[in-house]
Design a protein around this ligand. Structure first.
Ligand code: IPD
Length: 268
């Protein structure tokens, strides 16, 4: 690689901060929906596009050979080994309503492996970042992050989210009905990236969701893993759009065994 990974992370952090500051400065009281995608929940505002444009522009200036995959504008091919995975606003519904959990998420992949990730949770003024093998940090305070350990399922606070595709929602509700009585409680915060960072910071004990997109979880999953969480899918599969689970290894097993028999694939 032409630069150390830490330089890629530094660049990602600088860009995520700039995009975040722009979003805070330009967010009107009630941003306008310019488009809905898979369902009425799946909204896009003009600032989703503006944020992605800014991020793409900065990446291209600094590293013109890299590929970029973004939520709003898809994949721009690059000639090099590096691919940037960009969610210009994760938690767009929160952004729309002025709820305080939305984030700019940027991950950097080298040869197909995520090696750096940053999640800037603007309304909280918290920037989370991780480099593969070097731990996860809340940059705002310099604190190294560790997920909780030794929490049994029945005492676990579990974050989750609901993928936006219409057909999936009923099954998600059924899965939830099965999980709620077996855990301490559930949080549906509205940003997968923020959920994974909350897990890394020990603010929730576990997380699961079906039907994410790569840009929703790429940076957050590295941050959670570098904070000690096991991150994966069902039946030994890696984390993916099919399923995402993250928790300390013992809780991961329990959460997995609770979710696996619910056959979440049947609404595919
Ligand atoms: C969404 C959020 C939400 C999750 C959805 C995602 P977006 O991302 O992360 O928490 O439940 O599955 O699509 O669309 O706001 O970037």
């Amino acid at each position: 690689l032409d630069v150390p990974r830490s330089e890629l992370l530094d660049l990602a952090v600088r860009i995520a901060k700039e995009a975040g500051d722009m979003l805070v400065a330009k967010r009107p009281r009630r941003p306008e929906i310019v488009e809905t995608k898979s369902s009425p929940t799946d909204v896009v505002t003009a600032l989703d596009h503006a944020s992605e444009e800014l991020i793409r522009g900065r990446i291209r200036e600094a590293r013109p050979a890299d590929a970029i995959l973004g939520e709003e504008d898809g994949l721009s091919d690059g000639a090099g080994r590096v691919r940037w995975i960009v969610d210009p606003i994760d938690g767009t519904v929160n952004f729309l309503y002025g709820l305080p959990e939305w984030a700019v998420s940027i991950a950097v992949e080298v040869d197909g492996e995520v090696v750096a990730g940053v999640v800037n949770v603007l309304p909280r003024k918290e920037v989370f970042a991780a480099e593969k093998g070097a731990g996860a940090y809340l940059l705002t305070t310099g604190e190294r992050l560790h997920c909780t350990t030794g929490v049994p399922l029945e005492e676990a606070l579990i974050a989750t989210g609901f993928g936006y595709a219409r057909g999936r929602r009923k099954v998600q509700a059924e899965v939830l009905a099965h999980v709620v009585p077996r855990v301490r409680d559930i949080r549906r915060v509205g940003s997968a990236a923020a959920d994974l960072c909350a897990l890394a910071a020990g603010r929730v004990d576990g997380y699961y969701e079906r039907g994410l997109n790569l840009w929703d979880y790429a940076a957050g999953a590295l941050i959670a893993a570098e904070a000690g969480a096991r991150v994966g899918g069902l039946h030994g599969n890696p984390i993916g759009p099919e399923f995402a689970i993250a928790a300390a290894p013992e809780l991961f097993e329990q959460l997995h065994d609770l979710l696996a028999p619910l056959d979440p694939a049947r609404d595919a």
